[in-house]
Design a protein around this ligand. Structure first.
Ligand code: NAD
Ligand code: USQ
Length: 404
């Protein structure tokens, strides 16, 4: 039904960097199901961070070996898994591109939690040291391997900043009049709200450079907050289940609220809940990526940028939706983050819609799917991991402590 564009479609060989993660795993299965040949690359750092934080996915996720075995059993399709650190194992990455000759690399392999990136100097430094070299290695390895590989990168809506732009946020570029009166169309100014979001701004500049210098073909997807758990592929076998993060660092807001609602724990609305953010269901993440894979920019074209979002909502409104379905009350907690208390957000997603995407929205009954998953696994929840444990700076930590 929705969004599988046939434009330029052919079966491709796709390397999925970060294919063991929350977005990467269901995307790998979706692409495999559509007939693409998939190689997952992941260093399992996300699983290790769970160990470090003392928490775990609410859903019991199988090992990578078991996951790909189960997929072959249920679909008859093979997925190769390669354990490699994109930020460190440069020679192996070049070799992989030379031997496998992929058409496309989808790049999910970054530390993606804003709170984890603000937890401590360790979190800040790790996030920069992992994400920035990873993206540079990817671009550099494509040049070294002398392959014309299309890069599809998962960026974030957060590169635009929240509440700063006024009017609809365009897809990546804005018209400006430069000093002296020259008209130009440039990358939208970057205005990150965390060290993590800053790495995505740096990625965008690097992509601009490698496109200009080496004519790399790059699509940067500015994605909103992903929600949901399973997709039509991950639901096919218990061993294929997707991860579900609910803790204060990695859990994203809507999945956290749905989990809290099912647990009967008051919904943790930060500040006034006036923050407006963009949302997309995980099933549409996978569909959007296939559309991007099937519609690469031509060699020499500037970086293609899509806003990968379905809709925008205010945090207190989504908490209200969950509260009215579950009967669980909202609890306004002091905001641990340095962010605007209230903002408007209007985002263009015309490019995906023009290519056939009809995105799922929060009104379409998918809350039930997440609620069922949470009910099934709530015995695995550690309630100590629910409250936020990371503060953006000393002033926020002191204020939160005073008000708690
Ligand atoms: P995730 O942490 O679940 O998955 C990332 C995967 O990358 C993990 O499996 C991790 O082990 C792997 N990885 C990290 N660094 C690596 C390295 N150096 N080498 C090899 N593998 C590495 O995150 P996710 O939620 O699936 O997000 C994937 C991408 O999508 C991220 O880049 C994120 O910024 C972007 N994104 C996510 C969301 C969201 O709401 N989850 C929203 C917008 C954008
Ligand atoms: N929030 C609450 N209560 C909670 C958790 C969060 O009120 O219990 C608020 C936060 O203060 C924030 C908003 O909800 O204003 C969103 O927080 P989030 O943790 O769901 O999302 P964020 O930190 O922005 O990061 C997530 C992903 C990241 C991705 C980003 C897309 O972890 O990888 O890049 O969403 S976006 O927000 O569009 O930039």
């Amino acid at each position: 039904r929705r969004g599988a564009t046939e434009l330029n479609a052919k079966n491709k060989k796709v390397v999925v960097l970060g294919g063991d993660g929350f977005c990467g795993w269901p995307t790998s299965l979706y692409l495999s199901d559509q007939g693409h040949d998939i190689i997952i690359v992941d260093n399992l750092s996300r699983r290790n961070i769970d160990n470090e934080l003392g928490c775990d996915s609410l859903t019991p996720i199988a090992s990578p070996a078991e996951r790909v075995r189960a997929w072959e059993e249920v679909s008859g399709k093979k997925i190769k898994f390669v354990n490699l650190d994109v930020a460190k194992d440069y020679a192996e990455l070049v070799e992989l591109f030379k031997t496998e000759k992929p058409d496309t690399v989808v790049h999910f392999a970054e530390q993606r939690a804003a709170p984890y990136s603000m937890k401590s100097s360790k979190g800040k430094r790790y996030t920069i040291d992992n994400n920035v070299p990873g993206t540079n290695n990817l671009c550099c390895a494509i040049v070294d391997a002398e392959r014309d590989i299309h890069v599809v990168h998962l960026g974030t809506m957060g590169v635009y900043g929240y509440g700063t732009s006024g009017g609809e946020i365009p897809e990546g570029y804005i018209d400006v009049t430069l000093p002296g009166g020259r008209e130009s169309n440039i990358l939208h100014p970057a205005y990150p709200g965390s060290v993590y979001h800053a790495t995505k701004c740096l990625d965008a500049i690097m992509f601009q450079f490698y496109q200009k210098n080496d004519q790399l073909r790059i699509t940067d997807l500015h994605q909103g907050i992903v929600w949901g758990t399973n997709t039509p592929q991950t639901i096919r076998d218990e061993r294929l289940i997707n991860r579900f993060d609910y803790d204060g660092d990695y859990g994203t807001v809507l999945n956290r609220f749905l989990m809290q609602g099912a647990m009967g724990v008051p919904l943790t609305v930060y500040g006034t809940g006036g923050q407006t953010r963009a949302f997309i269901h995980v099933t549409d993440t996978a569909r959007c990526i296939e559309i991007a894979i099937n519609n690469p920019p031509k060699k020499g074209d500037r970086v293609e940028i899509f806003n990968q979002v379905a809709e925008t909502r205010r945090v207190r409104d989504i908490a209200g939706m969950v509260a009215s379905r579950t009967g669980v009350e909202m609890k306004m907690v002091p905001n641990p983050r340095q962010e605007a208390a209230e903002n408007e957000l209007d985002v263009s997603n015309k490019k995906f819609c023009n290519l056939g995407l009809e995105p799922l929205t929060l009104d379409e009954g998918l809350f039930d799917e997440v609620t069922e998953v949470v009910q099934k696994y709530k015995h695995r929840c550690d309630p100590r991991m629910i409250l936020p444990a990371t503060y953006w700076n000393k002033a926020r930590a002191e204020e939160c402590e005073k008000k708690m």
